[in-house]
Design a binder for this molecule. Structure first.
Ligand code: GDP
Length: 444
């Protein structure tokens, strides 16, 4: 039998209202002990809450939900208290004295999942909604909470069962008059399914970028002005600016926002040959971060005569020829040629000019919006989904080429189904569930 848990559902600190949540079979008894008697279910009721010694702790609004019509599916209650730390502490202490247990992180949502109130992808949507800082993150999380991924999964599952049934019929009745083409009929079902999953995989990247932030890396030789540009874009002194080359040795990430999308702008160690061990590690990390970034800004010192070699660039990246306020050096013309070789746009500007920084910001915004603003919301939004979809896809593709060996093909289709089932967590091992729910805050 499950025990009864409680936890503050609102952030600690002073606030007008703080909510304490309870769930489990002893909820009704506990609320009655605190409030004298149980209010009518689902009806906000004002009561004085008292500890075991009979002394008043607070006047609170009580909401009492009888299972299964509640968030967790169990008997649940919400106590809306005055949001002072002493009030909340007093109520938590009283609940503990009644033998109830403080909930683990994510335990309320885990119970909701275990009672079939939501699937694992929806539970992830709850966590994402709480984490959402931008409008795009909120929309995406809400869509996932609404069950978008679960709906896609059950559509895929239906197709999969249809294909599997045909394979199995062909195997079971191999010697009888089952139409010889029954296995062949599974082919279009599988090809459609493969196309559908491939489509979801294309969009999952965008989902991850919206959730985690679009990664923009500033790269280039030391002293080109990367830190100055980062600070100007961020509107604060996030990175140290000095005239001494090699000052930025680790990666400095600054969260930014472009048209409702979250981005992470990173200043990286200047790319140069070095004998300093710490700086060399910084350069290695800089290259790695830049290689995985969604966008690179290659910054060069346009006033210098050194001809810097361009790092690996992609066509949507940017080249910034900095220090346009100074007389141009040989680097200016050189960088234009290098950028053109990658098909990358080159902007000549001065990091010290607010107008130029605004133009750079606009160029970045255009790129972030172009990458993230699709007509449809991605259904899959995180690495866990991407891995499972990729696994299912691989199995299905194998099933297609194994058509001559129907038993093997059927087994692959079955394993693809298992990977898809794990998206909604119906058959996931405990450790995966533990990992998903432990990322929640207490009280969720
Ligand atoms: P980083 O090593 O690439 O991060 O370069 P920093 O941002 O630390 O800049 C190196 C030096 O160049 C500093 O002294 C900056 O003040 C200077 N600097 C940066 N941008 C400009 C610019 O647009 N014009 C001028 N004149 N100096 C700049």
């Amino acid at each position: 039998m499950t025990d009864t848990i409680f936890a503050p559902a609102t952030a600690p600190g002073r606030s007008a209202v703080a909510v304490v949540r309870l769930s489990g079979p002893a909820t009704g008894r506990a609320v009655a002990a605190l409030a004298g008697r149980l209010p009518r279910p689902r009806l906000a009721t004002l009561r004085t809450l008292r500890g075991q010694d009979g002394a008043a702790i607070d006047q609170a609004l009580i909401l009492w939900f009888t299972g299964p019509k509640s968030y967790t599916g169990e008997d649940c209650a919400e106590l809306h208290l005055h949001g002072g730390p002493a009030v909340v502490a007093g109520v938590l202490e009283a609940l503990s004295a009644l033998g109830l247990r403080l909930a683990d992180p994510g335990e309320f949502t885990r119970r909701a999942f275990e009672n079939g109130k939501l699937d694992l992808a929806q539970a992830e949507g709850v966590a994402d909604l709480i984490e959402a800082e931008t409008e795009a993150q909120r929309r995406q999380a809400l869509d996932q909470l609404g069950g978008a991924l679960g709906h896609a999964q059950s559509r895929w599952r239906d197709a999969l069962i249809e294909a599997l049934a045909m394979f199995e019929a062909a195997v079971d009745f191999a010697d009888e008059e089952v139409p010889a083409d029954v296995a062949a009929r599974a082919r279009p079902v599988l090809t459609d399914l493969i196309a559908d999953i491939e489509h979801a995989l294309v969009h999952v990247k965008r989902g991850e970028q919206v959730r985690e932030g679009f990664r923009i890396a500033l790269i280039g030789a030391p002293n080109a002005g990367k830190s100055t540009i980062l600070n100007a874009l961020a509107g604060r002194e996030a990175a140290i600016v000095t005239a001494t080359p090699g000052t930025t040795r680790d990666i400095i990430e600054v969260p930014m926002r472009f048209s409702g999308y979250k981005a992470l702008l990173a200043d990286t160690a200047g790319l140069r040959e070095t004998h300093d061990e710490i700086e060399a590690e910084g350069v290695r990390r800089a290259r790695a971060w830049a290689g995985e970034a969604d966008l690179r800004i290659w910054v060069v010192d346009g006033a210098s005569d050194a001809a810097a070699t361009a790092p690996e660039l992609h066509p949507h990246d940017l080249c910034v020829i900095n220090k346009a306020d100074l007389p141009p050096g040989a680097e200016t013309g050189h960088a234009v040629v290098e950028a053109r070789a990658f098909g990358v746009e080159a902007l000549r500007l001065s990091a010290k000019s607010p107008g130029d920084i605004a133009a750079l910001e606009h160029a970045l915004e255009t790129r972030v919006v172009a990458a993230l603003a699709g007509a449809e919301l991605p259904t899959a939004t995180r690495l866990r989904h991407r891995e499972l979809l990729a696994e299912a896809l691989e199995r299905l593709q194998r099933a297609l080429v194994l058509e001559d060996d129907l038993e093997l093909a059927a087994e692959d289709v079955r394993l693809a189904g298992r990977a898809l089932d794990r998206i909604t967590g119906r058959i996931d091992p405990e450790d995966v569930l533990d990992r998903v729910f432990s990322s929640f805050c207490i009280g969720k």
